[in-house]
Design a protein around this ligand. Structure first.
Ligand code: AMP
Length: 238
């Protein structure tokens, strides 16, 4: 059954009263996890915790963690679990996570998923984790990754094929020239996809098997994907 625009709107309004709790956004590189996480942030006022963004921050500031991660990220491989888990544990101590948060790009291995499950288990008061997986085919992902451009100042994400900025490769919001992530080349994308299939696809199955899991078709307009993700979260929390 396809929901009408009015039905989608009513569902969207109802979802505002939902307590989101911790949400995992799963999916291959380029499915739109970052974009959708920002939609969820705007809806519920909960923070987005992107391990990719945190690692890029460390890399760009030359911290010891950043120095360890730099080459690994450039090659499209995964930073060791213990380092990423520790970084996430630190971030989850911030009080802004009390009402919920969106983990974007974590967990990426079964080991990280098991660590997260046991890290959160002692807090019996907290809502359990729910997981939404976004699915997009390989060829479309390649187009998205190679077309992705980011504003280095405000973080707005564009795509020169799908969501181009109004003015030739400049941010609509602040006019800053857009940049390309260094690992968004076709070659590194292929390696990231191999890594995803080998190490992250089992994480999707881990959460599917736990229940509290839904899959969303990411090959639709951004607003439709957002409506579907929000509806999935609302169902999983109802
Ligand atoms: P992303 O922005 O999520 O695509 O992440 C960019 C890169 O950061 C990845 O290709 C990995 O090298 C590294 N990375 C991000 N999240 C993780 C994670 N959960 N575990 C290991 N490495 C990660």
């Amino acid at each position: 059954m396809t929901a009408t625009a009015a039905e989608t709107h009513v569902e969207g309004e109802k979802s505002r009263n939902v307590s989101p709790g911790p949400i995992l956004l799963l999916g291959a590189p380029g499915v739109g996890k970052g974009t959708q996480a920002k939609e969820l942030m705007a809806r519920w006022g909960i923070p987005q915790i992107s391990t990719g963004d945190l690692l890029r921050f460390h890399r760009d500031h030359g911290t010891p963690l950043g120095q360890q991660a730099k080459e690994i990220m450039a090659a499209g491989k995964l930073v060791p679990d213990e380092l990423v888990n520790r970084m996430v544990a630190e971030r989850l101590k911030h009080p802004d996570t009390a009402g919920g948060y969106i983990l974007d790009g974590f967990p990426r291995t079964l080991n990280q998923a098991e660590w997260l499950d046991s890290h959160l288990a002692p807090d019996e008061e907290a809502l359990p984790v729910i997981a939404v997986s976004i699915r997009v085919g390989y060829t479309e992902l390649l187009r998205r990754i190679t077309g992705r451009r980011i504003c280095p100042v405000c973080g707005t994400i564009y795509n020169i094929y799908l969501q181009p900025p109004r003015d030739d490769e400049k941010c609509d919001l602040d006019g800053t020239p857009l940049v390309r992530r260094s690992d968004d080349s076709e070659e590194v994308f292929r390696e990231r996809m191999r890594t995803y299939e080998a190490q992250t696809a089992p994480v999707v199955e881990h959460y599917r098997a736990q229940g509290r899991f839904e899959e969303v078709n990411g090959d639709q307009p951004v607003e439709k994907v957002a409506a579907d993700v929000i509806a999935a979260v609302a169902r999983l929390r109802s």
